[in-house]
Design a binder for this molecule. Structure first.
Ligand code: ADP
Ligand code: MG
Length: 637
């Protein structure tokens, strides 16, 4: 909804309303990030550097774009009296339409849903907004009014954008601008302190030293900080961070660079910086974020590394350098051997790219392993945020399956009864250290919730014999176990399956067991009929009278749910019924000669076994009636 009015210079100024999401984000930023106002300068310098990167790339094919000024730079000026700061770049600039699109809306999909989660609680919101990336709108944290003057490279179209950061902004034609963009901040009362040479220099060094473009400021000609507009000096080191030797880079510099490449507000958890020489030459710098972005599960969300070729920026989000399950990794890859005009299509097919990709994948996994070994608390944070994504790797990346499995963490019966049982995790290596004698399997149980897993009757024999069982209760777990098969020579065994083999037993013995027909089993089978595939005496129960188990190849409940949700119609799978002959209830059942009563009791046991296994009852009302009949018999009239 644009409103036209005559501007002072005779051209037409048009007023636009900010997109709702942009308006919300803007407000939120001002309120929740107030104590971090310095970062607004970091963001503007970061944008200036991005704009120069983009132009440098375009100029490879089209050198006349930079014929007017080939010396890329960012210039920072201030005017103490006027209370302004200007961030100028000679980068790609924006056309009028781009100004309207980029500085008035947020194009990222899922933004509205994301904003709807915000609570109004400053601390929580600040963290959320970090996930989003703060960007241009952070300028309004320090400024009452922001002005943008811009001319897109290769055009004459000069545009001026202005806003007070409330509901609207104004766009009008401007005259005779140099190539690129100037952002002028009219500082608010509380931020006037930033219009100061010393302060600005220290901000640039702190946040923007790593940028591969010089950031220049007017030389300080007087002690009191009066600036001389004519003479400029470079105030950052202006070398792209990843091109410097590791030993010369401080942690703070690595962190500052991370915020620039990842558009993140928080520090990363860890990083890995490597230079590879030889047949293929490339440098990579990969980071693990502390927090998952809000669109981690959106398949369309941008992902991948920032690609440079011989120091020249080529593209954001080059997703060909890492597999999908490592999509949370941020960073840079700079290759010497690729052509500058490389496109996404070429990347897709290039053999060099796939060589680099497998090396980077290994490197990323070993960075995570080091994090797990050296900073277990940070690894826990990582796993909470990205564990579910990592699990995808078990199906995607056969070559690295063991390295991925080593990074997995599980709830376990080992922690049952401890204070934080639900959140405590074990690794497979830890599990292997605790095998009992003769144990050939890693035992696990998958259920819909931790509580259901932890209270399953299937665990009884394991508890009795002191054997640890992994408790799987997250969305992808059952699917993942189908991919894993084994770890370090020990195969995985689902303890709810009919073919359970306990330490010290062999499969043959188990078959023999199976075949042993008991009269009680036969009687029960007659009652249950079509409801079950098989009835047999259990060896896994200690305290419960009965349980249901799945056939060796039957689909587990989690997988069944996932596939049904995806619209697949699945054949019905029948459970097997196992009874605990030692249980007093079952022992008395065996002596029950009244067939009708026997039948009632067996049906109750069957329903109870379903309930204990977290499965819905086929006929809940029937169960309640039966129970009530039995209860009535117990109570005297
Ligand atoms: P981001 O940098 O994460 O894309 P920002 O909010 O910082 O998000 O910027 C929004 C968009 O505005 C940028 O993607 C870019 O298209 C445009 N933009 C901002 N600053 C500049 C600039 N100095 N030169 C050219 N374009 C810019
Ligand atoms: Mg930005």
């Amino acid at each position: 909804m644009a409103k036209r009015q005559q501007a002072d210079n005779g051209s037409t100024a048009t007023t636009y309303g900010f997109q709702t999401e942009a308006k919300q984000l803007l407000k939120l930023m001002i309120h929740s990030l107030y104590s971090n106002r310095e970062i607004s300068l970091r963001e503007l310098i970061s944008n200036a550097s991005d704009a120069i990167d983009k132009l440098r790339f375009r100029a490879i094919e089209n050198p006349e774009l930079v014929a007017d000024d080939a010396e890329y730079a960012i210039t920072l000026r201030f005017d103490k009296d006027a209370g302004t700061i200007t961030v100028q770049d000679n980068g790609i600039g924006m056309t009028r339409q781009e100004v309207i699109d980029h500085l008035g809306t947020i194009a990222r999909s899922g933004t509205a849903e994301f904003l709807a989660q915000l609570t109004g609680d400053q601390k929580k919101d600040a963290a959320l907004i970090g996930q989003f990336g703060v960007g241009f709108y952070s300028a309004f944290m320090v400024a009452d009014e922001v002005e943008v003057l811009t001319r897109a490279a290769g055009t004459d179209e000069c545009t001026r954008w202005r806003s007070r950061g409330e509901d609207s902004f104004t766009v009008e034609d401007a005259a005779d601008l140099p190539r690129g963009t100037s952002v002028i901040l009219h500082l608010n009362e509380k931020s006037k302190e930033f219009a100061d040479g010393y302060r600005l220099r220290s901000i640039v060094r702190r946040y923007s030293d790593h940028i591969g473009v010089p950031v220049r400021m007017p030389k300080e000609s007087h002690e009191d900080g009066e600036s001389d507009a004519e003479e400029l000096e470079t105030v950052n080191s202006a070398r792209a961070l990843w091109t410097r030797p590791r030993t010369e880079i401080s942690d703070d510099e690595y962190k500052a660079f991370y915020k620039h490449v990842a558009h993140d507000f928080e520090d990363p958890l860890t990083w890995s910086h490597n230079k590879v020489e030889g047949k293929l030459e490339y440098t990579s710098l990969m980071y693990v974020p502390k927090r998952a972005p809000f669109d981690l599960w959106n398949r369309e969300a941008p992902r991948g590394l920032k690609l440079y070729v011989q120091r020249v920026f080529i593209m954001d989000d080059a997703e060909q350098f890492l597999p999908l399950y490592l999509r949370f990794i941020k960073g840079v890859v700079d290759c010497n051997d690729l052509p500058l005009n490389v496109s996404r299509e070429i990347l897709q097919q290039d053999e060099r790219v796939s060589t680099i990709r497998s090396a980077l994948t290994k490197r990323a996994l070993s960075m995570l392993q080091t994090l797990a070994d050296k900073q277990p608390d940070d690894y826990r944070t990582f796993y909470q945020q990205f564990g579910e994504v990592l699990k995808e790797g078990t199906g995607e990346d056969f070559a690295n399956r063991e390295a991925i499995a080593r990074l997995l963490r599980f709830s376990s019966t080992r922690h049952l009864g401890s204070d934080d049982a639900k959140n405590a995790r074990v690794s497979l290596d830890e599990y292997l250290e605790r095998l009992v004698e003769g144990q050939e399997h890693v035992y696990y149980l998958a259920a819909d919730s931790y509580e259901a897993a932890a209270s399953s009757p299937h665990l009884e024999v394991f508890e009795d014999r002191g054997i640890e069982v992994l408790l799987l209760h997250e969305r992808l777990d059952e699917w993942m176990m189908g991919n894993l098969h084994e770890y370090k020579g020990k195969s995985f065994q689902d303890v709810t399956r009919a073919d359970l083999v306990l330490p010290g037993e062999s499969k043959d013995e188990q078959r023999k067991d199976d075949a042993a027909d008991e009269p009680l089993g036969k009687r029960i089978a007659e009652v249950l009929g079509e409801r079950v595939e098989k009835v047999r005496r259990s060896k896994r129960l200690k305290d419960s009278p009965a349980c249901l188990v799945l056939g060796e190849f039957a689909l587990g409940p989690q997988m069944r749910r996932i596939m049904e949700a995806a619209g697949q119609s699945l054949p019905e799978s029948k459970p097997q019924f196992e009874y605990n002959a030692e249980h007093p209830l079952v022992a008395r059942l065996a002596n029950e000669s009244d067939e009708q009563r026997f039948r009632e009791l067996v049906l109750v046991l069957f329903d109870q076994a379903s309930l204990a296994g977290g499965m819905p009852l086929a006929d809940p009302a029937g169960y309640v009636e039966r129970m009530n009949r039995l209860l009535l018999e117990l109570l005297p009239e």
